[in-house]
Design a protein around this ligand. Sequence first.
Ligand code: RP5
Length: 173
Amino acid sequence: MADNADSADKAKSPLVGVVMGSSSDWDVMRHAVSMLEQFGIAHEAQVISAHRMPDDMFAYAAGARARGLRAIIAGAGGAAHLPGMLAAKTIVPVLGVPVPSKYLRGEDSLLSIVQMPKGVPVATFAIGEAGAANAALTAVAILAGTDAALADKLEAFRGEQSAAAKAMTLPPV
Ligand code: RP5
């Protein structure tokens, strides 16, 4: 499904923003970007640290809707307040990805992101690579609601996984 339009996807006005608290989050967050590229979604990716760049974080969230972003995928580790603080400043859906941390293996990140008080949601995904990829697939699903061709692509992606699972065989005992 990957095509040669990756650089063109980036050049178009981004529909999905991928942000992370540090370049050290990239090894996880690149799986979100890779999935968006697979579906040909116009996107942008950058580091925005909640505690080291708070003014940039607020500006990014405050301008997200006017710039045409339809979803923001935000990854952070430790006391991971980036997704929640972005969500506090925009109604664009925020998809939070807990990045594995050095000492608590991302359980701290997960709890920091998932336990939003009622009224300001952050859709929270699994810790690590699966969460990053699934956040991107959720962004694709959001966009597919108004894009029939993209919806067909997403159906086909699911179909490929079904076919792969049905073709699985088990080794002898
Ligand atoms: C968080 O602190 C980042 O999201 C990252 O997961 C973690 C560590 O950041 P670095 O010290 O590697 O820059 O803000």
